[in-house]
Design a protein around this ligand. Structure first.
Ligand code: ZN
Length: 247
């Protein structure tokens, strides 16, 4: 690290759990982020400000006026631009020292596998089950740590599926693809702006801890946040031996 980096990251370096060694791990790390929306915004902002050296952001959409109520990485002037390009310019203004790779695509399963191959951690901030399951399958087959988040209305949830471990449950153990879980979309149901910030920020914290190798993550636990009552609880998730993906 040069002098400017030592200053930029000084409040991390002061933490005994991080120090110079932990910060250098972040600078050398590659995070793959799926989605540059409500969850992806705070994830991208914190990964970049905290100095994750390489961040690949994937999103096929363009910035829309209805996004700006919660998707805090985007600006009014960016309406109509690809979200990944808009995010890349915001992140470059905050921390020009990190490399942001913008992937403006609707991801296919083979593309997710290709992108996840070189990632040290995968963060899912997508808004639909098809993508979440495809990302999960890729993380199971490549044995990557997946930090998964979701938010709608006043409710949110976060979990870590650390597929580097043999006993780890995967996303499909919790939500089987054949399940009856109904897709609830923000566009239809509405979403309270800060819940996406709360959930995305927890995702960023979990990813940074995974990259540094410190603390206890939400591996094997699901954190549920009810922002209307402001109640948080965690429930245990166990591996389903009959899971179609990891069983
Ligand atoms: Zn599973």
């Amino acid at each position: 690290m040069n002098d400017a980096q030592l200053l930029r990251y000084s409040r991390h370096i002061l933490l005994p759990e991080i120090g110079i060694e932990g910060q250098e791990r972040l600078l050398g790390a590659h995070a793959l982020l799926i989605g540059a929306g409500g969850l992806g915004s705070p994830v991208a902002l914190y990964l970049a400000s905290a100095g994750v050296g390489r961040i690949t952001i994937c999103d096929g959409d363009a910035v829309d006026l209805t996004n700006l109520q919660r998707q805090i990485v985007h600006r009014t002037a960016s309406i109509g631009e690809p979200k990944v390009e808009s995010a890349r310019s915001t992140l470059a203004a905050i921390n020009p020292g990190v490399e942001v790779i913008a992937v403006h695509e609707r991801l296919t399963e083979s593309r997710i596998l290709e992108l996840a191959g070189s990632a040290d951690v995968v963060l899912d901030g997508s808004d639909n089950f098809a993508t979440r399951h495809a990302v999960n399958r890729a993380c199971v087959s490549l044995r990557k740590a997946l930090v998964s988040g979701a938010a709608v209305r006043f409710d949110g949830q976060v979990a870590v599926f650390d597929m580097r471990r043999n006993d780890a449950p995967c996303y499909a153990c919790l939500f089987p693809e054949s399940g009856t879980e109904e897709e609830v979309r923000c566009a239809v149901m509405g979403v309270f702006a800060p819940i996406t910030g709360i959930i995305g920020t927890v995702q960023a914290a979990e990813a940074l801890k995974i990259l540094i190798g410190v603390g206890e993550t939400l591996a094997g636990r699901l954190l549920l946040v009810d922002a209307l009552a402001m109640q948080l609880r965690t429930i245990r998730i166990t591996k389903d031996p009959g899971c179609a993906v990891c069983g």
